[in-house]
Design a binder for this molecule. Structure first.
Ligand SMILES: Cc1ncc(COP(=O)(O)O)c(C=O)c1O
Length: 458
């Protein structure tokens, strides 16, 4: 269960090639990929624990965790063993049959949570899509309009929070509370209301007997790593009960052990009707899950919803091995211990360089909101960290986000924080030099640091 954090690189320095013997480099991305991402300048080729090596053999510390996915680090021995073992047995049968890994994983999730029934899919967006469709279908079945002929109901409204993120399908992006992600994709699905996060009065005004569900992230991840208050979650639970609406917790990012409990709802005592999970549940193998009660699940009858790959034996075998690790008390204890270490270190760096307004989050989902002077510059910190051989994330332009492996060691956190401080010191020095040279000019481009690549190879 321990994380192998230091492993000599065996990268050869030779770049992979494709059939025509053309080298595969970062430039290849711009030549052959749809330009909806702007990946880092290096290409990782191997990982072990919380260390990653790129094509040149340079070693990085991973505080990004593949956006809160690599819950047990890279290439964990028992997860690799589960994958290899299943790969030699059965890869795929589709949903016309069931399979043993699917049922074993579903049983384990049912045993460890409020849920009685599970639906598997391949991503967080798909899990939310299933949850939202289930809520609509549940309302259509239970509260039909008086003259309904095709499942019409007045109880179709979905209440969501501003700044939330629920995925990139047209439905989930519309339910998400960030207009920048729906621009250009109209017409959008209707019947969706948005209220400010943690605003009980606004929620009270929005939820009515027309509401079929409220969907909430217990911690807004992509929207800036903002935890919900316990009062807010309790109030929403009460409102849902009062108006016979379903409460969906989107735990795609906050779940799978990330907060130090298997799911974040376990920290706040507000139990949802539907919970969605993905990301860390597969530790890097694509999987999504929707968990609910038997009474609610029965409204997704045969043929009402599905996906070819949902419950894929490889994904479920891997996820079962991951679940075993992330639900172990020693893993969850490590999440709490490393949280404290991160908070102490980040607050120290924040005070020393005066760069943060706030360090927040739960467990190993941590956000550092930039001080006013640094607003809009999160990307600069990501790039500066890369130069220091550290992988970090942003959550919007003003928040640095960390979501490392739940097994990350004390030593790796300490070393990664050293790298981070070096990145911060460099940015601050550049900023100060720019302010002296030309007060009105802001340097957005980070200059290369020759020392960083030297240090990265030792
Ligand atoms: C809270 C939350 N919900 C849903 C999603 C979408 O998950 P996926 O990218 O696997 O579709 C994400 C992804 O960041 C997320 O953070």
């Amino acid at each position: 269960m321990s994380e192998c954090s230091s492993h000599p690189s065996n990268a050869t320095g030779a770049h992979a090639t494709h059939a025509n013997n053309m080298p595969i480099t970062r430039a290849t991305f711009d030549e052959v990929m749809v330009p909806n991402y702007a990946p880092a300048s290096f290409i990782p080729v191997r990982g072990k624990g919380s260390r990653v090596w790129d094509q040149t053999g340079r070693e990085y510390i991973d505080f990004a965790g593949g956006i809160a996915v690599s819950s047990v680090g890279h290439a964990h021995d028992s997860v690799v063993a589960a994958l290899v073992s299943q790969a030699q047995k059965l890869w795929h049968v589709a949903n016309v049959m069931t399979n043993e890994p699917t049922l074993a994983l579903a049983r384990a999730l049912v045993e460890k949570t409020f849920a009685e029934r599970v639906f598997f899919c391949n991503s967080g967006a798909e899990a939310n899509e299933a949850a939202l469709k289930l809520a609509r279908k549940w309302a259509s079945d239970k509260f039909p309009s008086p003259n309904a002929t095709h499942g019409e109901t007045e109880k179709f409204e979905i209440v969501s929070c501003l700044n939330s993120f629920h995925g990139r399908t047209l439905f989930t992006v519309s339910v998400g509370g960030q207009p920048k992600y729906t621009q250009g994709f109209a017409p959008l699905p209707g019947g969706i209301k948005h209220v400010p996060y943690n605003d009980i009065e606004a929620m009270r005004a929005a939820v009515s007997d027309k509401t079929c569900c409220v969907i909430i992230e217990p911690i807004q991840g992509e929207g800036g790593v903002t935890p919900a208050t316990k009062d807010f979650l309790h109030a929403v639970r009460e409102l849902c009960d009062q108006h016979h609406a379903l409460l969906i917790f989107d735990e795609v990012q906050s779940g799978a052990g990330r907060t130090g409990s298997l799911f974040a709802y376990m920290n706040c005592c507000a139990v949802p009707d539907i919970l969605t999970s993905a990301k860390g549940l597969g530790g890097g193998f694509p999987i999504g899950a929707m968990l609910t009660t038997a009474a609610i699940a029965q409204h997704l009858g045969v043929g009402s919803h599905g996906t070819t790959y949902g419950g894929n034996p490889l994904a479920c075998a891997v996820s079962l091995a991951v679940l075993d690790i992330i639900s172990a008390p020693e893993t969850l204890a490590n999440v709490h211990a490393r949280h404290d270490q991160f908070f102490a270190g980040l607050n120290e760096i924040g005070h020393k360089y005066n760069i943060f307004k706030e360090v927040r989050g739960q467990g190993l989902l941590i956000g550092c909101e930039l001080a006013d002077k640094w607003q809009g510059r999160a990307k600069d910190f990501v790039k500066a960290s890369e130069k220091q051989s550290l992988m970090i994330l942003m959550a919007g332009p003003n928040v640095i986000r960390l979501a490392p492996s739940l097994l990350i060691t004390e030593a790796d956190v300490a070393q990664g924080l050293e790298y981070f401080e070096a990145a911060v010191a460099e940015l601050v020095a550049i900023e100060s030099a720019a302010a002296i040279a030309a007060p009105a000019v802001k340097l957005a481009v980070v200059q290369p640091d020759p020392q960083a690549s030297v240090r990265a190879t030792v």
